[in-house]
Design a protein around this ligand. Sequence first.
Ligand SMILES: C[S@@+](CC[C@H](N)C(=O)[O-])C[C@H]1O[C@@H](n2cnc3c(N)ncnc32)[C@H](O)[C@@H]1O
Length: 323
Amino acid sequence: MHKKYLFEIDRCIKGFGHEELSAILPGAKPISNAFSIFEGTLEKEEIDRLGLIRSAYEVITSSLEKDFLKAIEHVDWKWYYNKDFSVRKDRRFNCGFKEREIADAIWVALKKQGLNPKTNLKGASSELFVIKEAGNIWLCKRIWQRRSFEERMPNNRPALHPSSIHPKIARAMINLSGIKSGFLVDPFCGSGGILIEAGLLGYKVKGIDIDGTMLGRAKKNLEFFRIDAILEKKDARLFDEDCDVIVTDPPYGKNTKLKGSINELYTSFLKNAINHCNVIVMIFPDFVDEKKIAEDANAKIDKQFVYYIHKSLTRHICRLIPF
Ligand SMILES: C[S@@+](CC[C@H](N)C(=O)[O-])C[C@H]1O[C@@H](n2cnc3c(N)ncnc32)[C@H](O)[C@@H]1O
């Protein structure tokens, strides 16, 4: 059904959550740093796949603070209420009303509409949230909350490797690639962090790595999550296979077993890879000139996000398309 939804964005990487959301739900628009809004129909699988969305809410009503209690009265409550309700204010996005005041106004509105109001502070069938954001107060029903990624964190996989990125970032990168169905390759797959998320989302996946020990780790991890992936030991600079998208996190530090410089590795890889797929989502360290590397490889960066790791390392998550 056509409705209005608010999405609370995980702001660990500025702008990335908003962009991930609009890659999955075209038409979603930021209303602030912390929230995006979407009007339309929403499938559960669309929200379940998101990495950088913390919560999703269906909007019941929104208004300026001065009109809020009136707006509550005008809601057609039969669509949002069946047995009982609770009201919670999100203290981070706090409005001037007390929870009690809002609950009283809802109670009166329900009574007027003949709906037998009941409050229930534990597990009410209508859990309502009040958020103040972008100059308005939003009364919403929470419809989804992100599940923890704990079970898939690198330290909880059978084969641990510290260079693996957080699963929520891997997911957001996959979503940013815009892949709908088909074949995803990670040519610097390491212990398989990106492949795990892509496999769980149902794509055909392949991992390439120059290091056999790393591929062994990836194999163990993928088997643990029952993901059927193709793995190949190869230098990513020789990339020559057609696929839909490449999503990858190449080596970026000084301790990697690299022959030649990072610049040379990235440029050689991209020169080949960009001719074999529609989109590449890839992370660069901030000490390389990714724009020049992309240009030299006949590719164009069309999206870029700054990913702060620690004070001596910032990385750039980029989406590249052929020129
Ligand atoms: C940052 S790690 C990848 C981390 C990975 N996303 C994970 O979840 O473990 C980079 C990987 O690139 C591999 N690598 C380095 N040079 C390579 C090359 N020329 N071709 C293919 N893989 C390479 C390294 O062995 C390492 O496993």
